[in-house]
Design a protein around this ligand. Structure first.
Ligand SMILES: NC(=O)C1=CN([C@@H]2O[C@H](COP(=O)(O)OP(=O)(O)OC[C@H]3O[C@@H](n4cnc5c(N)ncnc54)[C@H](O)[C@@H]3O)[C@@H](O)[C@H]2O)C=CC1
Ligand SMILES: O=C(CO)COP(=O)(O)O
Length: 352
């Protein structure tokens, strides 16, 4: 597929760290407009080409445009909707409202052939819904719009600095693969595609919980053997739940499974790992999150545990992460509990 298409028109909704980084990536080969809900932030990005609130110290491309006018951002993508791409850079907590607002506005704009992709990683805490269930419900009467999830191992700070990255777009819509590839593939980014939306989303959600577990182990200074064991058995857990929910086992060996798990469980930039590290070092969860840090693994761990129970899937690491985060289990006791479980087959899909 051709790497660059100067006519792709990208609107990124949400000027947090990931939305801003993706807009910076897109504007190298597409027309990209970044929407911030805070007018002061939009103005600052537009005038300084920096987003010091979310990506301090990083110079953004001169061609990046920002606005706080929602209609203006959508109009940018819908001016030629068959070449339009809307990227949602909001967390799971904001996905339903954002999708509904978007769908309401798009009904009144030309949108045939438009693509909308979300980038959040997690489950909806109260319902256990995956992001695609939320998006599909919001766009159910707009079938001319292609929907997909963009995921993979990608720290926003590295992407915004132009460092190499590989991502996966999972969708059933060929035009959405084309739009995302035309907007992002080439230069520093490689875009792969997949049809396994469920597998991609479950990988993105569960790897955050595993990163918290690895952070806890590293905070307790349990060593690199323990970290390797947690990553490997964490991957088995991700695959078990993913397959039970309808995903494909092989997806978990890819970028959005193993790739993102390794990055997040070991990379110093991971906020989920940082939460785990701080817990392992004896800090309280409320204090760690007091600054408003986005750590999706904390927000969705209980929903993941509930889903596992509902589907009869054994999720021992998720279980102890919930107990440590929300039920006062001491991290050291959690480790003892994990180690004292009965011996079992290593196969990820073996029955309990
Ligand atoms: N930062 C990263 O390296 C990456 C993050 N992600 C995912 O992207 C999503 C967003 O994360 P970040 O950009 O890192 O978070 P962030 O905390 O840097 O920014 C969040 C953005 O969403 C907006 N927002 C928050 N709650 C909202 C709501 N209820 N309604 C509308 N907008 C809302 C905020 O104003 C802000 O612009 C998360 O699900 C995260 O897992 C995915 C890949 C990489
Ligand atoms: O999803 C991410 C990397 O792919 C970002 O991880 P954190 O949310 O833990 O920072």
């Amino acid at each position: 597929m051709s790497a660059a298409s100067p006519t792709i028109r990208v609107a990124v909704i949400g000027a947090g760290s990931w939305g801003t980084a993706l807009a910076a990536l897109a504007c190298k080969q597409a027309g990209a407009l970044l929407w911030a809900r805070d007018p002061a932030l939009a103005l600052a990005i537009q005038s300084t080409r920096r987003n010091d609130r979310y990506l301090p110290g990083i110079a953004l491309p001169e061609t990046l445009e920002a606005t706080s006018d929602f209609g203006h951002a959508l109009g940018h993508a819908c001016a030629d909707p068959a070449r339009g791409l809307i990227v949602l850079g909001v967390p799971v907590a904001g996905l339903r409202d954002t999708c509904r607002r978007l769908a309401d506005a798009l009904r009144h704009l030309p949108h045939a052939g438009l693509s909308v992709v979300w980038t959040c990683k997690g489950f909806q805490p109260e319902t256990g819904e995956l992001p695609h269930e939320i998006a599909q419900a919001a766009f159910k009467d707009l079938p001319a719009i292609g929907l997909g999830v963009l995921s993979g191992p990608s720290f926003a700070h590295e992407v915004a600095r132009g460092l190499p990255v590989a991502l996966t777009i999972a969708t059933r819509a060929a035009r959405t693969v084309q739009a995302v590839t035309a907007a992002l593939h080439g230069g520093s980014a490689r875009i792969y595609n997949s049809e396994d939306i469920i597998g991609v989303e479950v990988g993105g959600a569960l790897k955050n919980i595993m990163a918290i577990a690895c952070g806890i182990a590293d905070g307790l200074e349990l060593g690199t053997n323990a970290r390797a064991a947690l990553i490997t058995r964490g991957l088995a857990e991700m695959q078990r739940l993913g397959v039970a929910l309808g995903g494909q086992a092989e997806t978990f060996s890819g970028l959005t499974g193993l790739g993102d798990l390794v990055l997040t469980a070991t990379g110093a930039l991971s906020r989920n790992r940082q939460v785990g590290l701080a817990i392992g070092q004896g800090r309280r969860l409320d204090d760690i999150l007091a600054g408003g840090m986005t750590a999706e693994g904390v927000r969705c761990a209980q929903a993941a545990r509930d889903l596992g129970r509902r589907h009869g899937v054994d999720l021992p690491i998720t279980e102890v992460v919930c107990q440590v985060l929300f039920e006062g289990l001491a991290p050291q006791e959690a480790v003892t509990g994990l180690l004292s479980r009965v011996a079992r087959s290593e196969s990820p899909l073996a029955p309990r």
